[in-house]
Design a protein around this ligand. Structure first.
Ligand SMILES: NC(=O)c1ccc[n+]([C@@H]2O[C@H](COP(=O)([O-])OP(=O)(O)OC[C@H]3O[C@@H](n4cnc5c(N)ncnc54)[C@H](O)[C@@H]3O)[C@@H](O)[C@H]2O)c1
Length: 258
């Protein structure tokens, strides 16, 4: 019997692919046999990602600002030129903004977070879905967050943007299901990463205390690891997850259960 969790023969496109979760997911999908097209913002050095890929895995890269439609259109054209198809799209690029109460939150930063996290996800869907519709198959995993499911003081822009990712996932799932394409969201909790370090530093001058408070809010009592997110994304993108569609899939140590 074919191993249905294998990604052999599949083409996976990942935005924010040079970041913590993106690069772990690219490496795991590469180990499972997928060819990877990695996209990250202009100026990105893809060498560290290349170093994570297993020997023999195919990796193509392109720079694009996910909030700029021409950039995304060009990147999708480059994927088609390189591979001719897209089986998996991990719509992952995102930024955290700053940690400020709403009365102090700078408008320009709020707009930037919405631009990358919401407009970026929208543009990815807009340009990748027609490719998948043409194939009659494919899976898109939008990276939301537990911030898509609950509020956190000081993180209004990020929280609003991640709630929006769940909303657009549900709406597009209704459009895409009849056309053979699955669309889901993943909702990571606090993951050991630069992004969480940045949020902790914004929450308290005592970063260790901020870290301890986060861990205490997780029933498993710890941060997650990027590989634990990658495993969920790779499963959802595989044929083994054929009936997972339109859902919100948490990987958060139980944080949203309490
Ligand atoms: N780290 C966590 O604890 C955590 C938890 C829940 C959800 N998430 C989400 O996971 C995703 C990845 O986060 P991460 O922890 O890997 O962060 P990261 O900062 O390591 O990676 C994000 C990547 O996105 C890229 N990026 C940012 N703006 C971009 C733009 N305009 N165009 C193209 N690329 C752009 C960055 O260059 C970076 O490589 C984000 O959407 C984040 O909100 C992270």
């Amino acid at each position: 019997m074919t191993e249905r969790i294998s990604l052999a023969g599949k083409v996976a496109v990942i935005t924010g692919a040079a970041g913590a979760i993106g690069s772990a997911t690219a490496a795991l999908m590469g180990r499972r046999g997928a060819a990877i097209f990695a996209i990250d913002r202009p100026g990105t050095d893809f060498a560290p990602l290349r170093g994570l890929m297993p020997p023999g895995a195919r990796l193509e890269t392109a720079t694009a600002d996910v909030s700029v439609e021409a950039d995304i259109a060009n990147a999708v054209a480059a994927v088609r030129a390189a591979f001719g198809r897209i089986d998996i799209f991990f719509n992952n690029a995102g930024i955290e903004g700053v940690v400020q109460p709403i009365e102090d939150y700078p408008l320009a930063t709020f707009r930037q977070v919405i631009d990358v996290n919401v407009i970026g996800v929208f543009l990815g869907l807009k340009h990748v879905l027609p490719v998948m519709y043409g194939q009659g198959s494919g899976c898109i995993v939008n990276n939301s967050s537990i911030a898509g499911l609950k509020g956190t003081p000081g993180l209004s822009a990020y929280t609003a943007s991640k709630h929006a990712v769940i909303g657009i996932t549900r709406s597009v799932a209704a459009e895409a299901g009849p056309r053979g394409v699955r669309v889901v969201s993943v909702n990571p909790g606090p993951i050991e990463s630069r992004m969480m370090d940045s949020i902790n530093a914004g929450q308290s001058p005592d970063v260790q205390a901020a870290r301890a408070a986060v861990s205490a809010a997780v029933p498993q009592g710890r941060y997650g690891h990027v590989d634990e997110v990658a495993e969920l994304v790779a499963f959802l993108a595989s044929d083994a997850a054929g009936y997972c569609h339109g859902g919100v899939y948490s990987v958060d140590g139980g944080m949203c259960a309490v």
